[in-house]
Design a protein around this ligand. Structure first.
Ligand SMILES: NC(=O)c1ccc[n+]([C@@H]2O[C@H](COP(=O)([O-])OP(=O)(O)OC[C@H]3O[C@@H](n4cnc5c(N)ncnc54)[C@H](OP(=O)(O)O)[C@@H]3O)[C@@H](O)[C@H]2O)c1
Length: 182
């Protein structure tokens, strides 16, 4: 970690990267990274976050250390869009389940990177900005957390004990991140 983080810092100091981000870092790894780089250098940690995996320990640590949480797989690859409670909230607001999930992500302070192969879904998903969830909705979604991790390939280590890491570097607004799950 020491070697590649210093290289990323070097890229940033040279003006090649605006921000440095990491992905799938555990709390232990973030602590190690902060020891190497100092506070306030890591911009974001990109981790799996959706209503079924709210990743509280990592999220809290990021918030305490002013790192943005980039939540990937916000729809749990479609699973949470079928959830009865999400559907109920969606009906109440005249919204889609996907818009509800994205509104919840935004209201929870996450940056997120949903994906879709369909133009209509991408356009519709952007309508999340008009969905205003109330405290009851937020509590209902908070209660859906069940530690349901999808990005967990057989080569992944114990998430709570070890690290699984992918370095991400933001170079002139472009994100380069090896996506080992696709
Ligand atoms: N850093 C990492 O380790 C890591 C790991 C995994 C994923 N990621 C990144 O996270 C991003 C998202 O992940 P993901 O694509 O795996 O999961 P996702 O965004 O949770 O789910 C994508 C699924 O949701 C469906 N969907 C999207 N909008 C919809 C809508 N309005 N109605 C119904 N279905 C809808 C899509 O189907 P349609 O195509 O039919 O719309 C697709 O099947 C990607 O950019 C991926 O590269 C990063």
């Amino acid at each position: 970690m020491e070697e590649y983080l210093q290289e990323l810092k070097h890229a940033q100091d040279s003006g090649l990267a605006r921000y440095i981000g990491v992905s799938n870092f555990t709390v232990a790894q973030m602590k190690q990274a902060i020891e190497i780089l100092g506070e306030g250098v890591l911009y974001t940690n990109q981790v799996e976050v959706h209503p079924y995996l709210q990743n509280a320990q990592v999220v809290d640590f990021c918030k305490q250390n002013e790192m943005i949480v980039t939540g990937y797989m916000p729809f749990a690859y479609g699973d949470v869009l079928k959830d009865g409670s999400i559907k109920h909230i969606a009906e109440k607001h005249g919204a889609t389940p996907a818009q509800v999930v994205l509104a919840w992500m935004a209201k929870s302070g996450f940056v997120t990177i949903p994906s879709s192969t369909k133009k209509a879904n991408i356009e519709s998903n952007l309508g999340y900005v008009d969905v205003v969830l109330n405290d009851e909705d937020m509590t209902t979604i908070a209660n859906l957390d069940r530690g349901h991790r999808l990005a967990n390939p057989d080569f992944a280590p114990e998430w709570t004990r070890f690290s699984f890491l992918i370095a991400t570097v933001y170079v002139k607004n472009v994100r380069y991140s090896p996506d080992v799950f696709s």
